[in-house]
Each structure stands twice: as C-alpha cells, then as structure tokens.
Design a binder for this molecule. Structure first.
Ligand SMILES: Cc1cc2nc3c(=O)[nH]c(=O)nc-3n(C[C@H](O)[C@H](O)[C@H](O)COP(=O)(O)OP(=O)(O)OC[C@H]3O[C@@H](n4cnc5c(N)ncnc54)[C@H](O)[C@@H]3O)c2cc1C
Length: 452
C-alpha cells in the first residue's frame, strides 16, 4: 500500500524541523529546496565579518536527514503549485521535477525588501543568503584593501565609511561587528591606513534601535553600539543609494549626503512569491510584506492539506523569527501524523515565545525572556549558549566554538577568504539578463546557451 506523500518546500527552520518531526510518521516525505543546505540565518553576519565559515552555518540538508528513512531531499526551485491537482513543479538547471502530494508544507521564507526601490540592491546588498554574506565579506574586507591602496584622501575616506541601513537585530549585529573589526581586530594588519579611523554609521527610520525589545533594552543597545564607535542616526530615511553613497532625509526635514563605498541593507523583508500563488488560488489575503493570512491551524482556507509556515505567514502578529518557523514546522508535522494515524489534532497552533536576543559587541548583548531583561556579559553568555545549541551537528558545534574563541578571546578573524566572483557574481548575472540560464553539461555564453 502506498503511504501518504508529504511534500515540504524549503530547508530552513520551518521545513527542516517539519521533516524531522515526521520521522516516525507512516508517510513518505520529499523535501525540496532551492539550496542544498540548511541555513542558520542568525549567524550570517559572522560569515560576512570573517568569524565563521559557510559550512558551520549551512550544513548539507541531505546529511542532516540521511538517517531518516522516510525522507528524500531534492535540490530544486519550486516555480508553481497547483492546489486543485495537488501538484508542485520545481526547476533546476533545465530539469523539471513534478511532485504530487497528499499533504503540502510551504516554508519558503522571505527575501530582502527595498520598499519599492529595488535599484538600491545594486549598491547595498541585503543579508539573507550565503551569497549575500560572502558578497558582503568581499565588500567589507575589499574596501579596507582598496583604502590601503589609494593615494586619494577623499577616496580613502569613502572606503573607510561603512553604512548599515536598518537597526533591527541584523543591522545592529552587522554594525557592531564592523566597528569591532575596524576599530580593534584589524588595527595592526594594515600599514598605510589606520582602520580605527573608519566611520561605521547605523541608520534607521524609526526612533529606536531594536525597538521590539522595549525602551530599556533598546537604550542599552544604543549605548553599547555608541561605546563601540558606531554612529547611530535615527529618524533617518534613506531616499537614494548609489555607487558613491546614500542620501538621507531626517525626521526634522533636513537632508544629508553620506559618502560611503560599502553599504549594507538590513531593513525590510518580503515573503516568498510562492505566497502570492497560494493566495490567488485559495482566496487567502496577503499583507504588504507578501505574508499570507493562514487559519489558526496554519492551513490555507479550504485546503486543510496545505500548511504555510514561518516567515511566509501573517497570524496573530507573530514575529518573523526562527522559533515561529520551528514550532510551526513541528505543529504541522503533528497535525499530519495525527490525521494519517486516525488521531486528529484539533487544537490551533500556539506559539511559545522563548525570548529574543541580539549581540552588539564583543561580550555585549541584550536578551529578553518574558519579563527578564539582561544586558552585558550575562546576556552575551546566554546568547552563546542558545546559539551553540541550535548549530546543527557536533562537529560544527566544536568548530564554531573554536572560531568564537579565536574571534572573541583571541580577537582575530580566521575566515577572511574573499574572491572576485563573490564580489561581482550577483551583479554580473543580473547584467546578463533574463536570457541567462546556466546549465551543467552545456556550453555557456553570456545570454545564450547551447547543449543540454
Ligand atoms: C540575517 C538574519 C538574522 C536573523 N537573526 C535572527 C535571530 O537572531 N533570531 C531569530 O529568531 N530569527 C532571526 N532571523 C529570522 C529567522 O532566520 C527566520 O525567521 C527563519 O529563518 C524563518 O524560517 P523559514 O523556515 O520560514 O524560512 P527560511 O529559514 O528562510 O527558509 C526558507 C527556505 O526555503 C527555500 N526556498 C525559498 N524559495 C524556494 C522555492 N521557490 N523553492 C524551493 N525552496 C525555496 C530556501 O532556500 C530556504 O531553504 C534572522 C534572519 C536573517 C536573514
């Protein structure tokens, strides 16, 4: 007898934890993802700033699920979902895969949003993928190398100005780390420039950094950032980004041009476009960030067999954090297992807030767990403990710890390899245009491909 087929889209927190939670259920699971790894996004900034290697935060999904007999992992990008015929179509390198499902879990996450100004992306990469982190690594360390080379004082000043847009956890962590790098870690590495003279500017349109943490922790975070040498500029709306810098409009109506070569965009998210496909077919609503309104049991209206999780959903103002995706994945798996074994789960999804934390500087962090608010070293130690727990695999935990010892106690960065491809790859592919369809086994020409 054939067993029910569960198709899971995405190998992030929602998708992976759902697959693992189905290990003992009498179902066959196919996890299809456009990346071959499970990405631990909260540590991307440490790849960008030379602390961790990519392998530590992105282990191969098929290795994680290798011992799970009912799970198959496919590398492919889902391009369409048909809710009526219960079919998912995925494409990779001109290979089309068609998957029929009995139950579907969609956990395709979110991308960067430039709030309608996608042209900013050319000059200010976001921070969502391994590609983004490696490009940023190349841009940050590359700016310092170019500053060492240039004879022009103006150019040097621009190369030694780093601007991070968005004072949420990602922006705060990035700005804190760039300040740490330039003001301390790399000071003795360069001979012609003083990296400590670098300006690190953090911009946000709101009036507080890390606003969701509440006023006390927000103020504490701002103080730690400023002590670390970050210029925090709030009420600052970015109106333009180009190769030479940014234009900013402040809450009091004043405007300013900031000259900076290296810009990082850490503001705004846009849910996966698969949300729109699902909304059009089910009648569910989408919010401005493209998140789909799911029912309290995380299913689509009229489709109890389709679950949507994590960053793709809007439900009870749940935040876009890893725990929402993890707990959603486990809940969807429990519902499916209950249904196929004749023990239906009737309770709605209930999110348990386990708290949130952000690292700001070496040994400086903020942590909020219910009413408990921690700052300083204790918060940093709590951050260290929790993150090491969630890094997947014993070997990765050991090497991550080792890299943290090197970076935080030894004050050095061992993962600083950058390549020209990392620096220009994204923009080069964009310039090749829509005709560019890479394929393995064929002959590649810009904009034209022959072979299979
Ligand atoms: C830089 C950064 C820092 C963060 N820091 C924190 C933090 O400190 N704490 C916290 O709790 N949260 C943090 N978050 C948020 C957290 O990472 C997300 O909430 C979480 O990853 C959401 O899980 P998800 O499963 O919904 O999506 P994701 O983890 O993004 O996974 C989406 C998956 O879907 C795949 N996919 C996308 N489109 C397709 C497609 N068409 N076909 C096939 N596969 C597809 C992707 O490859 C990926 O595997 C951070 C996020 C970022 C970007």
């Amino acid at each position: 007898m054939t067993r029910p087929h569960v198709v899971i889209i995405g190998s992030g927190f929602g998708g992976l934890f759902a697959a693992q939670a189905l290990a003992k259920a009498p179902v066959d699971v196919t996890l299809v993802s456009r990346t071959a790894s499970h990405l631990f996004q909260p540590l991307l900034y440490q790849v960008a700033t030379g602390i961790l290697s990519t392998g530590e935060i992105a282990p191969a999904t098929r290795d994680i699920l290798a011992k799970q007999e009912n799970a198959t992992v496919l590398l492919s990008e889902v391009t369409s979902i048909n809710l009526t015929s219960r079919v998912v179509v995925a494409e990779k390198l001109a290979k089309t895969t068609v998957l029929k499902y009995d139950h579907l879990i969609v956990a395709a996450g979110a991308g960067q949003s430039y709030f309608g100004n996608d042209q900013f992306a050319t000059f200010a990469p976001g921070m969502k993928t391994i590609d983004d982190a490696l490009e940023l690594r190349a841009r940050i360390f590359g700016a310092l190398e170019m500053a060492e080379l240039t004879e022009s004082e103006n150019e040097r000043r621009s190369l030694l100005t780093f601007v991070v847009v968005g004072a949420g956890p990602t922006g705060v962590e990035m700005a804190g780390q760039i300040a740490e790098l330039t003001h301390h870690t790399l000071r003795k590495s360069f001979k012609r420039i003083d990296t400590a003279s670098a300006r690190v500017i953090l911009l946000d349109g709101a009036n507080a950094v890390l606003a969701p943490f509440g006023p006390r922790l927000s103020a504490a975070a701002q103080k730690v950032l400023e002590n670390a040498g970050v210029e925090v500029r709030l009420g600052a709306l970015v109106t333009n980004v180009d190769a030479g810098g940014l234009d900013v409009k402040f809450a009091d109506g004043s405007t300013e041009r900031i000259t900076a070569t290296c810009k990082v965009w850490a503001a705004g998210v846009q849910a996966s476009p698969l949300g729109r496909t699902l909304a059009e077919q089910s009648g569910a609503e989408l919010d401005r960030a493209g998140r789909i309104a799911v029912l309290p049991d995380l299913t689509l209206p009229g489709h109890p067999e389709v679950f949507v999780l994590g960053d793709m959903i809007s439900l009870d103002k749940l935040p876009g954090v890893a725990q929402v995706a993890i707990q959603g994945g486990r809940y969807a798996a429990k519902k499916i297992a209950g249904e196929v074994t004749g023990h239906p789960v009737t309770e709605p999804f209930k999110y348990v807030d386990k708290g949130s934390m952000a690292v700001i500087s070496r040994f400086g962090a903020i942590t909020k767990m219910g009413r408990i608010e921690l700052t300083g070293f204790i918060a940093w130690a709590a951050w260290l403990f929790v993150h090491i727990l969630y890094v997947v695999g014993f070997k990765h935990r050991v090497t991550t710890l080792l890299h943290w010892v090197i970076a935080f106690i030894g004050s050095s960065r061992s993962e600083r390899v950058t390549t020209e491809q990392q620096l220009v790859g994204r923009l080069a592919v964009q310039q090749l245009g829509a005709d560019f369809q890479p394929t393995i086994g064929g002959t590649l020409h810009p904009g034209k491909i022959t072979g299979d």
